[in-house]
Design a protein around this ligand. Structure first.
Ligand code: SAM
Ligand code: SF4
Length: 472
């Protein structure tokens, strides 16, 4: 039976077991380094980790063991994903919200924020600006309150994004990060051809959840934590999980998120497609964001990325522009597979020259343009990828997980990354970025295994001959 939006769920969701998490954390404190090494050895098998193994790794602070943890995370990332980084941009269409999340500038009672709901024409203008930068993937984001037409506003916005064309290209994949929906609404979202439905639990700790969600439908922990169950029931098999780090103890959050992932795998045969790891950033008029109760240090943040990479090796990991360039660079090699670039988090931010702080959700850490980020990551040896092939060929959910085995990723994702990167370099990049990028593409083509090299050279050759949207 489906519960209506915001209606209190009858029974609490049972798959987050707080007592069990506390027990595992306490046991882990007495683990010796051998337990850590056993967990690291298991991670090398690329089969993921169980809760006690994750807990053992979370307790690591000895520099030698930390080095081992980081170097195995780098190895796993390289083995499965190679040097690709998939790029996207968020598109904020509205900052209206009926919830009172104490950490977010969009919260209902915040008088310091200028409210803004984009019309479909304004959305199209933003999309054109993003296409002209070279983006192919967008993440639609909105507060939980829609104009008079209700949820239909979101559906129309997705349609507007897909239908917007510029002489220079089009958006090929729209992911969404919006409030929880009913099964029926999820079906409509699927029909609108979204890529991933992304939703962060913020904190899995019930008491903390109650303290920071003061009003509105988001107060209902269970309605939120069961969102992916409803999405999957409606046939959406690409979901993106996440926690807002800073609200509660990150060690508890990792184990709880692991329980959530295992729950989805057991019930639906597939876990989340991506994990996001937002750290709380300052937000206008929002006290919690100015003083996070459990701030996560840069070192712990690197540990989170590395441990997640080992715990769920085939799940993509997203690093947003909340983080500054330095932190982003330090975490790519540890397991990140997708990054945002050139982002704005105020509705209208890509076309209007207003003071972004008046309407933005939080302060960004990385203000560089897409071109600068592409140049930076290419000069570090990462291939910027704008690929959208899997989703358009129906390789999603369990099919994607089957594909996400090292050999198959090499066969599809690596050539597609190089051809979509080439398309970007030829059509959107500055001469400086094009030079760095083309060297990187040539270098990759030269040193690839011959059988993949043949596929990749074919695709890159077609892209260099000005054929667009070539993929396998
Ligand atoms: N309103 C919907 C919701 O809350 O799920 C979707 C959009 S909300 C704008 C997207 C995410 O932004 C939230 O899930 C939260 O994790 C994150 N967020 C909110 N305030 C933040 C802050 N101060 N710093 C970093 N991320 C924040
Ligand atoms: Fe609204 Fe989402 Fe911000 Fe909460 S996090 S105030 S629900 S936009």
């Amino acid at each position: 039976m489906t519960t209506a939006v915001g209606e209190a769920s009858e029974k609490p969701a049972v798959f987050i077991d707080e007592a069990k998490i506390k027990e595992t954390l306490e046991e882990a404190r007495s683990y010796r380094s051998r337990r850590v090494r056993d967990a690291l050895a298991k991670a090398r098998e690329l089969k993921g980790l169980d809760a006690p193994e994750i807990a053992a790794l979370m307790e690591v602070d000895d520099p030698v063991l930390l080095d081992e943890l980081f170097s195995i995370a780098r190895w796993v990332k390289e083995e499965i994903y190679g040097n690709r980084l998939v790029l996207f941009a968020p598109l904020y269409i509205s900052n209206l919200c009926k919830n009172e999340c104490t950490y977010c500038a969009f919260r209902a009672r915040n008088r310091e924020l200028k409210r803004r709901v984009l019309t479909q024409d304004e959305i199209a203008a933003e999309v054109k600006a993003l296409i002209d930068q070279g983006h192919k993937r967008l993440l639609l984001v909105a507060g939980e309150s829609y104009p008079k037409e209700g949820f239909n506003y979101i559906l129309r916005a997705i349609d507007t994004i897909y239908r917007t064309r510029s002489a220079r290209g089009e958006i090929r994949r729209v992911n969404v990060n919006i409030a929880p929906l009913t099964v029926e609404q999820f079906r409509e979202l699927k029909d609108a051809k979204i890529g991933t439905f992304q939703l962060f639990q913020e904190t899995y700790h019930r008491d903390t959840y109650a303290k920071v969600h003061l009003a509105g439908p988001k107060r209902d922990y269970d309605w939120r934590v069961t969102s992916f169950d409803r999405a999957m029931e409606a046939g959406i098999d690409d979901v993106g999980i996440g926690v807002l780090f800073g609200l509660y103890d990150w060690k508890f959050e990792l184990l709880a998120m692991h329980q959530h992932i295992r729950h989805l795998e057991e019930k639906f045969g597939v876990g989340p497609h991506t994990i996001s790891m937002p750290r709380m950033e300052p937000a206008v008029g929002s006290a919690t964001a100015m003083h996070p109760p459990h701030p996560v240090s840069d070192l712990d943040f690197k540990k989170i990325v590395a441990i997640l990479r080992l715990a769920v090796p085939y799940t993509g990991m997203i690093m947003s522009t909340r983080e500054n360039a330095e932190t982003r660079r330090a975490t790519f090699a540890l397991g990140i597979s997708q990054i945002s670039a050139g982002s704005r988090c105020n509705p209208g931010g890509y076309t209007e020259s207003v003071n972004p702080h008046d309407a933005e959700q939080f302060q960004l850490g990385d203000h560089r343009s897409l071109d600068e980020v592409v140049r930076d990551i290419a000069s570090l040896g990462y291939t910027p990828s704008f690929c959208t092939a899997c989703y358009r060929l129906g390789r999603t959910g369990a099919d994607f997980m089957d594909l996400a085995k090292p050999g198959l990723i090499k066969e599809h994702c690596v050539p597609n990354a190089l051809s979509s990167c080439t398309e970007y370099l030829l059509n959107y990049a500055t001469p400086e970025t094009r030079e760095v990028g083309e060297k990187l593409v040539d270098h990759n083509l030269k040193f690839m295994e011959p059988w993949v090299g043949e596929i990749a050279r074919g695709l890159v050759g077609r892209a260099r001959a000005n054929e667009r949207d070539v993929f396998v």
